[in-house]
Ligand binder design. Structure first.
Ligand code: FES
Ligand code: FES
Length: 163
């Protein structure tokens, strides 16, 4: 077993993990944070995307041991995040989800896009979302929601990245 200390959604978590345990399994099975979904489990779909030290990260390709000493945020921890609140509203208004399986990864990736791009256009959002798969194929409304959220950002520049 490997001892890890993670700042998980702002709370210090100390645990022992199997060296081969993925961060996704640690979050879901050990911490009960089931908003992190597992689709392909090999880096292709993006359903498992979380934030590690401010960067959108595939948790199925990241070992839990690699999160030692890092800050990890899941969708549960971003409930009161202003940018996520804006995105949730636009996903709702644009009907940007069907079954909802891809939605946690889509929202976290959308937040990452708005932190790196000033008012991204349709083409930029489509490019940035190319690693996220929606099996319901609801891409048009997802893109629409993210573009609209970007237009709603009050400042002239992209949202600041996480500390
Ligand atoms: S479950 Fe991680 S990318 Fe698909
Ligand atoms: S809404 Fe069903 S997978 Fe995207």
């Amino acid at each position: 077993m490997t001892a890890i200390t993670v700042a998980l959604n702002g709370v210090k978590v100390v645990d022992d993990v199997e060296p081969r345990q993925s961060l996704a399994d640690f979050l879901r099975d050990r911490c009960g944070l089931t908003a992190t979904h597992l689709g392909c489990e090999h880096g292709a779909c993006g359903a498992c995307t979380v934030v590690v030290d401010g960067l959108a990260t595939r948790s199925c390709l990241t070992l839990a041991a690699m999160a030692d000493g890092r800050a990890v945020s899941t969708l549960e921890g971003l409930r009161d995040d202003p940018l996520m609140t804006l995105l949730r509203r636009h996903f709702h208004e644009s009907h940007a989800l069907q079954c909802g399986f891809c939605t946690p990864g889509m929202l976290i990736t959308a937040r990452d896009i708005l932190q790196r791009h000033t008012r991204p256009d349709d083409k930029t959002v489509r490019h940035e979302l190319s690693g996220q798969i929606c099996r319901c194929t609801g891409y048009a409304n997802i893109v629409k929601a993210i573009v609209a959220a970007g237009q709603d950002l009050p400042q002239a520049s992209a949202a600041p990245p996480d500390a």
